[in-house]
Design a binder for this molecule. Structure first.
Ligand SMILES: O=C(O)CNC(=O)[C@H](CS)NC(=O)CCC(=O)C(=O)O
Length: 273
């Protein structure tokens, strides 16, 4: 199975973001013929104020981001893991940070709402308060992609190993992690965490990132990019260059079984007292 991870620099112009995403999907399809494409977190709208996020959010299904992804999947006969989009939730002030995945016919396969909220202080003092604008989900979500079980996660979720154990318990062989990792945390934690999670769960990781600078209210933030495919042994299969673009790599589901047979960690789990 061939995968392509799209790396973007989304801003607060939703039509421009959707056009950029579509152009990158079409470029990846033309050059690589992937079976599965993953977009980054909030590829449809990044930054802006809380009010602007609310205004940009769409009701699922049928909004412009949803429809673009569905059309691309159907037109190019490809699975699309739609990074995340801002989801309008009826009766709720906050929006969902939501993945929608489509099969080759453009049928919706899965919906996942980011579970862990990035409410932190970065080393430079910059504060992030994701839960002020976003409502977290709580459901662990997997779907089938022609025999490969794909697990859903988003960005900051990466720091919570319990989620990935739960995904593996549901059969995940490959985990998608659309992200907008900050430059400050990404340079030290991104690849280390992804490779550790891949090794401990013995799954592939496909992590598609935002890159570059984004204007967020009065502040500017920088994201880390480095979209990456990691195999179940923890090897880096492919990694994106700096800047907007994509990276392609191959997933071999048999390799998951081989690694799990060599080091059967799932069978060696102990109950701790
Ligand atoms: O706010 C938006 O527009 C979109 N959402 C994001 O960018 C999210 C929440 S602020 N970013 C992260 O989760 C970064 C995690 C991270 O960098 C880490 O865990 O170190």
């Amino acid at each position: 199975m061939k995968v392509a991870l799209i790396q973007m620099n989304s801003g607060s112009d939703k039509p421009a973001n959707l056009a950029a995403a579509q152009a990158l999907i079409e470029k990846a399809v033309a050059e690589e013929k992937p079976d599965w494409i993953c977009l980054p977190e909030v590829f449809d709208f990044m930054g802006g104020s809380r009010a602007e996020k609310r205004a940009a959010a769409e009701t699922l299904p049928g909004g412009p981001a949803y429809t673009m992804l569905q059309t691309m999947a159907k037109t190019h006969n490809v699975f699309i893991h739609g990074g995340s989009i801002l989801e309008h939730i009826d009766g709720e002030e906050r929006v969902g940070n939501t993945t929608v995945a489509f099969d080759r016919q453009g049928r919706e396969l899965a919906r996942y709402r980011k579970i862990h909220m990035f409410d932190i202080t970065a080393p430079d003092g910059q504060q992030y308060n994701e839960s002020a604008a976003f409502r977290p989900g709580d459901a662990v979500v997997t779907y089938d992609c022609e025999g490969v079980t794909v697990g859903c996660s988003i960005c900051y979720d990466l720091r919570f190993p319990d989620l990935f154990q739960a995904l593996v318990d549901k059969g995940a062989q490959m985990i998608a992690l659309p992200a907008a990792f900050t430059l400050q945390t990404g340079k030290d934690h991104w690849e280390v965490l992804l490779r550790a999670r891949a090794i401990e769960t013995e799954t592939y990781f496909c992590a598609a990132g935002q890159t570059g600078t984004h204007v967020q209210g009065n502040e500017t933030r920088a994201t880390y990019g480095h979209s990456i495919v990691v195999d179940p042994w923890g090897h880096v299969v492919a990694k994106a260059s700096d800047g907007v673009g994509y990276v392609a790599g191959r997933i071999d589901p048999a390799r998951v079984g081989k690694v799990r047979a060599m080091i059967p960690v799932a069978q060696h789990k102990r109950k701790l007292s």
